[in-house]
Write a protein that binds this ligand. Structure first.
Ligand SMILES: Cc1cc2nc3c(=O)[nH]c(=O)nc-3n(C[C@H](O)[C@H](O)[C@H](O)COP(=O)(O)OP(=O)(O)OC[C@H]3O[C@@H](n4cnc5c(N)ncnc54)[C@H](O)[C@@H]3O)c2cc1C
Length: 394
């Protein structure tokens, strides 16, 4: 029997699931509410090619390997060595060229796994002392988007810290933004015969007898499936994107080690992201539940004042956004990815996305759960209706 699999959502998770299922010979229909594919991996159209906040593709992860294997990776930019030398750390009230040694030691120590049940700050303080532990917690906010990374599970934070401090850096950047990767994934899906229905917001699950993969944000899945238990922690961060007239000597990255925050000049690795003579600078500053967007903007501007002299006079374009619950899963002490909402919801319904039970860093969770959902849907042999429960799963 040739499966007919429905995928709802055309972000990284949905495209991964659609391609995987179609590669195995299934008939696939993908519905996407927006007029473009990509979800949170979309790149803005126009002269400033911004992703939704800073977006890195990590070359040590499974998404990278999968894209490469299918020739879908395309040109990806590494950090140029000269720019790498312009990495700055905000500590002791000034910008410095090097991080505290304790922070590096903590990140590179590879033998011992941190405990799941303890918070990162407590564990790391016992390992390297409080100053190094706090610096490491603030540094890793680049991949956590949380105002207090030290309060999260030590194992969860340690795994991410390792991937961020490793040398040479794992972080790479698809030329022209993530949309270029999304376009290649979409082409692959088209070529495999996936039917893609754009501007089609699904409001009830189709009852065509085939498995359904819900690859929306967890929040949208909660509404669609009417299941209030579909919830997990995620970050809350202020994004300040700027285009500024170029100035020799601007830093490449400023990592705030005094409080979570990150500023990166993205044209350093990919000049195509802004018109000639301009630099694209993206900042993300996580804020606490009681803080307002303005608080994050103020912190970003203070650090820009310190590192980007004259930036206010050089600005040619500016955008401010608050990203709440959009930056992937965060695991509290005592929990791991296995405790998040399960991929298999029963009755031939599967969940994919970046806050569900799958391992990985950021979009890799969406990717891994997309693979898992497709594999499970392919093994779902027969369904006679969502309510019918006449379901044989292998
Ligand atoms: C500020 C920021 C920075 C980030 N930085 C990084 C980074 O550096 N590296 C990294 O790997 N990841 C990063 N991420 C995370 C990454 O963007 C996400 O993990 C990934 O894009 C999630 O993909 P997804 O397919 O699970 O969800 P989404 O991208 O949200 O896709 C879901 C899709 O479903 C569609 N949809 C929703 N409801 C319906 C419906 N009812 N019917 C039809 N379609 C529907 C939506 O329109 C959307 O296109 C970042 C995210 C943010 C916000």
């Amino acid at each position: 029997m040739r499966h007919h699999i429905t995928v709802i959502g055309g972000g990284v998770a949905g495209l991964t699931a659609a391609v995987t299922a179609a590669e195995s010979g299934a008939k696939v229909t993908l519905y996407e509410a927006h007029h473009t594919l990509g979800g949170r991996a979309r790149t803005a159209e126009g002269p400033y090619k911004t992703n939704e906040g800073p977006h890195a593709l990590y070359n040590g992860g499974p998404l990278w390997a999968w894209l490469k294997q299918r020739d879908l990776l395309g040109p990806v930019m590494a950090v140029p060595p000269l720019e790498g030398a312009r990495f700055r750390f905000h500590r002791g009230g000034a910008l410095r060229r090097t991080p505290p040694l304790a922070m590096v030691r903590l990140g590179l120590r590879s033998t011992e796994k941190a405990p799941v049940d303890t918070d990162f700050l407590t564990w790391a303080t016992a390992e390297v002392g409080e100053a190094g532990a706090r610096a490491a917690a603030n540094h890793i906010a680049v991949a956590l988007f949380h105002h207090d990374p030290g309060s999260l599970s030590a194992r969860f934070v340690q795994e991410r810290l390792r991937r961020v401090v490793t040398l040479p850096p794992e972080a790479h950047y698809p030329r022209g933004g993530w949309a270029s990767v999304v376009d290649r994934m979409a082409s692959r899906a088209w070529n495999l015969g996936v039917r893609i229905e754009m501007t089609h917001r699904v409001t009830t699950l189709p009852d065509n007898g085939g498995p359904v993969i819900v690859a929306t944000s967890l929040q949208a899945a909660r509404r669609l499936l009417g299941d209030p238990t579909l919830a997990w922690d995620s970050g809350r961060t202020v994004l300040l994107d700027l285009a500024v007239r170029a100035r020799k000597g601007d830093p490449f990255v400023i990592s705030d080690l005094q409080a979570p925050g990150w500023i990166e000049r993205f044209t350093a690795q990919d000049p195509t992201l802004a018109p000639a003579g301009e630099q694209l600078v993206q900042s993300q500053f996580p804020i606490a539940p009681e803080e307002a967007k303005a608080d994050g903007i103020t912190r970003a501007e203070r650090l820009l004042d310190l590192g980007f002299p004259g930036w206010r006079e050089r600005v040619t374009w500016r955008r401010e956004v608050l990203a709440a619950g959009r930056t992937g899963a965060l695991d509290r002490p005592g929990t791991t990815w296995r405790d998040r909402p399960a991929v298999n919801r029963g009755d031939g319904v599967f969940l994919a996305g970046d806050q569900v039970a799958a391992p990985g860093l950021l979009a890799e969770v969406a990717f891994n759960s997309g693979l898992e959902a497709a594999a499970l849907a392919l093994r779902t042999k027969r369904i006679t209706g969502r309510e019918g429960l006449d379901l044989n799963r292998a």
